[in-house]
Design a protein around this ligand. Structure first.
Ligand SMILES: [Cu+2]
Length: 109
């Protein structure tokens, strides 16, 4: 292939990879662990559109249960995960229904 065509093609391909929509796709992914019967971090602030993933690091099952019914996981066994994407700003509280003293808050800005 002629280099005069190849180089502009490569530059265009590179530019496409750096386009603004690439930045949009780089949404936040946040991990929260359930460990020692606590959520950690218990309170976290994220950007709108962030996906939060909870991971159970305990030997006991835990659930992730929104107090307003926005999201609810099944009982997560050890190393199981549950994710939810927060599309709207607000303050979201959740508990583990098996151990209701386990509470957490997601603040979405
Ligand atoms: Cu629990």
């Amino acid at each position: 292939m002629n280099l005069k065509f190849l180089i502009p093609t490569l530059i265009l391909a590179l530019a496409a990879g750096l386009a603004p929509d690439g930045a949009v796709k780089a949404a936040q992914t946040i991990n929260i662990s359930a460990q020692n019967f606590m959520f950690s971090p218990a309170t976290i602030t994220v950007k709108t559109g962030a996906t939060v993933t909870w991971v159970n690091h305990d030997e006991e099952p835990h659930t992730i249960f929104s107090d307003v019914g926005l999201f609810r996981s099944s009982a997560l066994d050890t190393n199981e995960r549950f994710s939810y994407t927060f599309d709207k700003p607000g303050t979201y509280h959740y508990i583990c229904t098996i151990h209701p003293r386990m509470t957490g808050t997601i603040i979405v800005e």
